[in-house]
Ligand binder design. Structure first.
Ligand SMILES: Nc1ncnc2c1ncn2[C@@H]1O[C@H](COP(=O)(O)OP(=O)(O)OP(=O)(O)O)[C@@H](O)[C@H]1O
Length: 249
């Protein structure tokens, strides 16, 4: 695969369709009298069908940002627009529907239900979705059809992460949000998972956002956003993204 085909974000700015927009987002956690300011007036646009990597050190606010994008958390100030909808004004019920219909989450430690097989983990997600794809198709897309009847404990870390990706994907969401998806994996397995995500971006046109402290992963994206101390320190185009197999750390 040529490096230029590693993701499908449009080459020219004029073609870029904004899928989600964060407008002056601030977040302060309050526990009793203690206030922890985490995000400070963050502006960020996520483009439809892009493969975006957000990098930053531990504690810089990456997960908080991703949780706000995904409707798991709400900002203290600012607006979140998904297409034309103001997500930051949604009530709990609307947020639940927003997450179910539009967002697939992939976490560092997979978060699978241990008592369910791979297929059943995917079926649970399909069952609460408006227009799911078939669970078997989702497992096939991540190359795990032959392990569908296995329980998480019978699968390697990389295989469990594939199940988690299938579970995120089965809902047919527009946006896949991945929080340190390779954080618990070795380099070889991590590359395979990144390859699966790049394929879903390129072949199905899914918008993929990866947050990570691992700046090497940024080399795969056409655009890398660097977050530091709760602000966007840099948003940099990468004209020569590399493929997942070429990433090294
Ligand atoms: N619910 C919460 N209540 C209070 N403080 C919180 C809460 N969630 C996160 N924080 C604080 O916000 C800051 C940013 O956390 P966040 O998890 O967003 O960072 P991160 O960049 O994802 O870090 P890491 O890479 O270590 O996961 C940290 O100082 C954290 O302690």
């Amino acid at each position: 695969m040529p490096a230029s085909e590693t993701n499908s974000v449009p080459a020219s700015a004029a073609e870029q369709e904004v899928l989600l927009s964060l407008q002056s987002i601030s977040k302060t956690y309050t526990t009793g009298d203690v206030k922890v300011p985490v995000l400070h007036h963050v502006d960020l646009e996520i483009y439809a069908r892009e493969f975006l990597v957000i990098v930053g050190p531990s504690g810089s606010g990456k997960s908080t940002l991703l949780n706000i994008v995904g409707g798991i958390d709400t900002p203290t100030e600012g607006e979140v627009y998904f297409q034309e909808q103001n997500v930051s004004r949604f009530n709990e019920q609307q947020l639940t529907r927003y997450r179910r219909e539009n967002i697939g989450f992939v976490f560092q430690f997979y978060n699978l239900v241990q008592t369910l097989t791979a297929r059943e983990n995917v079926i649970v997600a399909a069952d609460i979705s408006a227009e799911p794809m078939s669970p078997d198709e989702a497992l096939e897309l991540v190359g795990l059809s032959d392990r569908a009847e296995h329980f998480p404990a019978q699968l390697s870390g990389g295989e469990q992460q594939r199940v988690a990706i299938a579970r995120a994907l089965v809902k047919q969401p527009e946006l896949l949000l991945c929080d340190e998806p390779t954080g618990a994996l070795d380099l070889t397995t991590g590359r395979k998972i990144l390859g699966v995500l790049a394929d879903l971006n390129r072949e199905l046109g899914k918008t993929v956002v990866i947050i990570t402290h691992n700046s090497a992963i940024g080399q795969m994206a056409r655009r890398v956003v660097r977050i530091g101390s709760g602000t966007i320190a840099e948003a940099r185009p990468n004209p020569h993204p590399i493929s997942a197999e070429q990433v090294t750390w």
